[in-house]
Design a protein around this ligand. Structure first.
Ligand code: UDP
Ligand code: MG
Length: 340
C-alpha cells in the first residue's frame, strides 16, 4: 500500500521513520515528562517520528493527558483499550499501530532512558534489525527480585526452546521486518521477551542503566511476576510436562519395588497388621504427585483453551490521532499500520 492510498491523510498519518511505542497504565504524571524528554532527542535523531501510547485501561487521568498531548503535538498518538489487558498485549497493540520503518518500545515511567534511542538507531543504521537494551545493573530492584530474575533466566536457558540474551527486556528497537514477523505470530499468551528472540534476525545489545521510576509504583508485584515467569516457560517449553511424567515413572518404579519387598516379606515371615501408617503415607504421597501432574497438564490445557477460543487480543475503546475509516485488523478491532 502506498501513501497515495489515502490522499487526504493527515500529516501524522504518513509513514514516519521511527515510532516509539509506549505501554501505559496509570502514568498520568509520567507521560508529559516522557514526551518532553523524548521530543528533542527524536527531533535530533530522525527525520520524522511518532509516539504511539497504548493506554492499557488506566483508571487515572492518563487518557485526558494523552488527548492533551495529542492536541499539543499531533505526532503523539494513542490507542485506548476498553480495559486493562496487560503490558504484553499493550505492546502487541503498539506494534499493530506503529507506522514507522523502525519501532522503539519503552516504558512510560522513564526507567528506560530516552538518551539510549540514538544509540539504538545507530546500530539499526549499521544493519541490525533487532537492537535490544541490555540493563547493566538491577540496582533499583530488591535482592529477592534479582534472585528470582536470575533463577528464571537460568531455568529458561536450560529448558526453553529459544535463547534469551542476558538482561534484555522490552526496551529495544525493531526494524519493520521484525515488527511484521512479530505481528504474524498468532498466539494470545504473549511472552514478548521470548517472541523477540524466537523471530530471530540479526540483533545486538546496547547496554544501559535502568533509572529510578519517576512517579507512582511498579505494577509488577511478585504474584504477577511469578505468573509471568510461568507463562514464559510454558509457552516456550514443554519440559514441565515431562517433569510430571518422569516423576510419575520414578515413583511408580519405587512403588513396584516396595510392593515386591512387602510380598517377599509376607511370604517369608507372614502378615502382621501394623503397616497401616505406611499405607496412609503412601496414599497421600501418590495423591499429591497425581494432583501436581494433573495441575501441570491443566495449566497447559488452560492455555490451549485460551488459544483456541480465538478471542481478539484486545479491544480498542478510543483512538487518538487515527482516522475513523482506517480498516480493522484481523486480530481484533484494531487497525494495521495502514500507510506504507
Ligand atoms: N503497564 C501496562 N499495563 C499493565 C502494567 C504496566 O501497560 O498492566 C506499563 C506501565 O505503564 C509501564 C510499563 O508497562 O509503562 C512497565 O511497568 P512498570 O514500570 O510498572 O514495571 P517495572 O518497571 O517494575 O517492570
Ligand atoms: Mg517501571
Amino acid at each position: 500500500m502506498s501513501a497515495t492510498a489515502y490522499p487526504d491523510a493527515a500529516p501524522s498519518l504518513s509513514r514516519p521513520e521511527l515510532s516509539v511505542v509506549v505501554p501505559v497504565h496509570d502514568e498520568a504524571d509520567n507521560l508529559p515528562l516522557l514526551v518532553e524528554r523524548l521530543k528533542p532527542i527524536l527531533d535530533a535523531a530522525v527525520a520524522s517520528w511518532e509516539i504511539v501510547c497504548i493506554d492499557d485501561g488506566s483508571r487515572d487521568a492518563t487518557l485526558a493527558v494523552l488527548r492533551r498531548l495529542h492536541a499539543q503535538d499531533p505526532r503523539v498518538n494513542a490507542i485506548s483499550f476498553s480495559r486493562n489487558f496487560g503490558k504484553e498485549i499493550a505492546i502487541a497493540a503498539g506494534l499493530d499501530h506503529a507506522r514507522g520503518d523502525a519501532v522503539v518500545i519503552m516504558d512510560a515511567d522513564l526507567q528506560h532512558p530516552p538518551e539510549v534511542i540514538p544509540l539504538f538507531l545507530q546500530k539499526w543504521r549499521e544493519g541490525y534489525l533487532n537492537v535490544y537494551g541490555q540493563r547493566t545493573d538491577r540496582d533499583g530492584e530488591s535482592q529477592l527480585k534479582r534472585n528470582f530474575a536470575k533463577a528464571f533466566y537460568r531455568l529458561f536457558a536450560r529448558f526453553g526452546e529459544t535463547e534469551l540474551p542476558e538482561g534484555a527486556g522490552d526496551f529495544r528497537l525493531l526494524d519493520r521486518r521484525v515488527v511484521e514477523a512479530l505481528r504474524a505470530l498468532p498466539e494470545r499468551a504473549r511472552f514478548s521477551k521470548g517472541l523477540y528472540a524466537w523471530v530471530g534476525f540479526p540483533g545486538t545489545g546496547v547496554p544501559f542503566a535502568v533509572a529510578e521510576r519517576m512517579h507512582g509504583q511498579t505494577k509488577f508485584r511478585y504474584r504477577k511476576l511469578f505468573g509471568f515467569a510461568f507463562d514464559g516457560l510454558s509457552s516456550f517449553s514443554t519440559v514441565p510436562l515431562k517433569i510430571a511424567t518422569w516423576l510419575g515413572m520414578l515413583i511408580a518404579f519405587a512403588a513396584a519395588l516396595t510392593g515386591l519387598f512387602f510380598l517377599v516379606r509376607t511370604l517369608l515371615f507372614g502378615t502382621d497388621l501394623p503397616g497401616f501408617p505406611s499405607l496412609i503415607v503412601s496414599i497421600m504421597f501418590f495423591s499429591g504427585i497425581q494432583l501436581i501432574s494433573l495441575g501441570l497438564i491443566g495449566e497447559y490445557v488452560g492455555r490451549i483453551f485460551a488459544e483456541v477460543k480465538r478471542r481478539p487480543l484486545y479491544l480498542v475503546g478510543e483512538r487518538i490521532g487515527y482516522r475513523k475509516d482506517e480498516s480493522v485488523h484481523p486480530r481484533g478491532d484494531a487497525l494495521p499500520p495502514l500507510i506504507r
